[in-house]
Design a protein around this ligand. Structure first.
Ligand code: 0O2
Length: 206
């Protein structure tokens, strides 16, 4: 298997999505002084993780491109939970890719405590061999959800998926605290945004 050639369209997909999603942020920041997007990251799944996940989910090689849906992944991080749903609605209206599945792990949080909104999309990439539809995953979450998820992810990696019960219980409490933080921030969202607008124009006039 020539992994390097295989992954080129996935890299292109991630790069194009990052440019487009950062474009939304830029336009909002310029025109409205507030963006529902705080930052955007993206990555192509490392080959070792691709192989590990295929083994774990029993996905045969010929089903990799359809059944392993996060080889190309981008993440949108927002300040507020409302922003997530604003972004989801904007992405549903876009003409440059098709949403093939939505997974709402905010309404239905995972057993681990994980919360996030996932969109599985089909994204068209032009290659030298012609047009190719790439399946990609867009994860949309708040800063608090992201903080929790990156810490839990590190612990999962450290303990190879077998986090000791004491730590996983703490993680569940931390997930609950992150949820409360999002709730409290939502209640003072207007105040925070007003403060950010004032700060933004102060910086511009300096
Ligand atoms: P990585 O290292 O993030 O690239 P599954 O893997 O079975 O849970 P599936 O079917 O691939 O799920 O789809 P899902 O759950 O929509 O998306 C999987 C991705 O979501 C994971 O990718 C994580 O990025 C994130 N995710 C899902 N559940 C959790 C969780 O409990 N904790 C954290 N920290 N992240 C989660 P990978 O494959 O783990 O890889």
């Amino acid at each position: 298997m020539d992994w390097e050639s295989f992954l080129i369209p996935y890299e292109q997909c991630v790069e194009e999505l990052k440019v487009k999603l950062r474009g939304i942020r830029k336009q909002f920041a310029k025109e409205k002084n507030h963006s529902p997007i705080e930052f955007v990251t993206g990555r192509v799944k490392p080959i070792t993780s691709i192989l590990e996940k295929m083994r774990r989910k029993d996905i045969p090689m010929d089903k990799m491109e359809t059944d392993l849906q996060d080889i190309a992944g981008v993440r949108i991080v927002c300040q507020f939970v409302d922003d997530i749903f604003d972004i989801v609605q904007r992405l549903r209206n876009r003409k440059d890719f098709k949403i093939i599945e939505e997974r709402d792990y905010i309404k239905n949080k995972k057993e681990s405590g994980y919360r996030s909104y996932h969109l599985i999309i089909s994204y068209p990439v032009e290659t030298i061999h012609g047009y190719k539809e790439i399946i990609a995953e867009i994860q949309i979450r708040t800063l608090a959800m992201n903080f929790w998820a990156i810490n839990e992810h590190s612990l999962n990696y450290k303990y190879e998926g077998q986090i000791p019960i004491k730590i996983s219980e703490r993680l569940k409490r931390a997930a609950e605290a992150a949820f409360k933080l999002d709730e409290e921030m939502a209640k003072i969202k207007d105040e925070i945004q007003e403060a950010q607008r004032v700060f933004h124009s102060y910086k511009q006039n300096k």
